[in-house]
Ligand binder design. Structure first.
Ligand code: NAG
Ligand code: NAG
Length: 263
């Protein structure tokens, strides 16, 4: 057990370095072509288009966090009072933004959603908008966390999965897989973006356990039976659970009373 505590300390102390839930200022531009988002660094592919009504974002490296930031939600509101609503819009990170001039590049749909009703076309003409943003919990309503088996998986030697529809405001920091009923957990490692992999693949029906940053600490989740023994590449499986925790960050209070949640 001390191994895990130690691991936790290392993982969580680095994960809490940035105060994501504080209000940040930046400029935001948008992708002129939506297909840019389908080839996003997180590896969601064309599934991304269906997330959150297509309100997607590429985030700078400090928010992308080498893939740990994939699936994180941010509320963004622009500051032009004539064009922009006070609520703005909520985006999901699906890609890495390498352009250091803006913290995010968002989908055209998300950019337009920052506008007041009927002002969508006008805001697009700006091309770039001065905004405030902060991290917020992702809310998938009644949808569970799901696991997709990647096409790169090669039964029985190699398993690659990604997590979809991760609620709350946490990051998955470690993932293990085992046959249901077996104590022989095999650890998975982050391959890239939202994708985790292992070349020690148990047989039979598979269970997963994973840890997320939650509260000031970490929390284990146990998906007791996720992949059937005949799991198939390209299929999406229900984990039977959802994450709703919010990770606390060790930063001084930055809650803004004038902030209106986008719900
Ligand atoms: C946004 O862009 C404008 C114009 O280029 C610049 O003056 C301003 O400093 C930028 N704001 C931020 C927060 O980067
Ligand atoms: C942004 O990137 C450009 C090109 O790589 C570089 O010249 C510039 O110094 C960078 N700016 C900042 C603020 O890091």
């Amino acid at each position: 057990m001390s191994f895990f505590l130690c691991l936790f300390f290392l993982l969580f102390s680095s994960a809490t370095a940035v105060c994501d839930r504080c209000l940040h200022q930046t400029n935001v531009s948008f992708f002129s072509k939506d297909q840019a988002l389908q080839s996003g660094a997180c590896g969601y592919g064309s599934l991304a288009i269906g997330f959150n009504g297509g309100h997607l974002a590429a985030a700078i490296p400090t928010l992308y966090k080498q893939g740990a930031g994939c699936g994180a939600c941010f509320q963004i509101r622009c500051k032009d009072n004539t064009l922009c609503s006070k609520v703005g819009t909520t985006v999901i990170v699906t890609d890495l933004n390498k352009d250091n001039r803006t913290d995010f590049v968002v989908s055209r749909r998300a950019f337009m959603a920052m506008a007041k009703t009927g002002m969508g076309r006008e805001i697009l003409k700006l091309g770039i908008a001065n905004v405030e943003y902060k991290r917020v919990p992702c809310d998938y309503k009644n949808k569970n966390l799901a696991i997709r088996v990647e096409e790169s998986s090669q039964k029985p030697h190699y398993l690659a999965i990604k997590f979809l529809y991760q609620g709350g405001q946490t990051e998955i920091v470690t993932v293990d897989v085992a046959q249901v009923g077996s104590p022989n957990w095999a650890f998975m490692s982050r391959s890239y973006g939202a994708v985790w992999e292992s070349s020690r693949v148990p047989t039979g029906v598979l269970q997963l356990r994973f840890a997320v940053t939650a509260g000031y600490d970490g929390k284990w989740y146990w998906a007791k039976s996720v992949l059937p023994s005949d799991w198939k590449n390209g299929e999406i499986y229900d984990s039977g659970l959802q994450i709703t925790d919010v990770a606390e960050e060790g930063c001084s209070s930055c809650d803004d009373q004038s902030w209106i949640p986008d719900s």
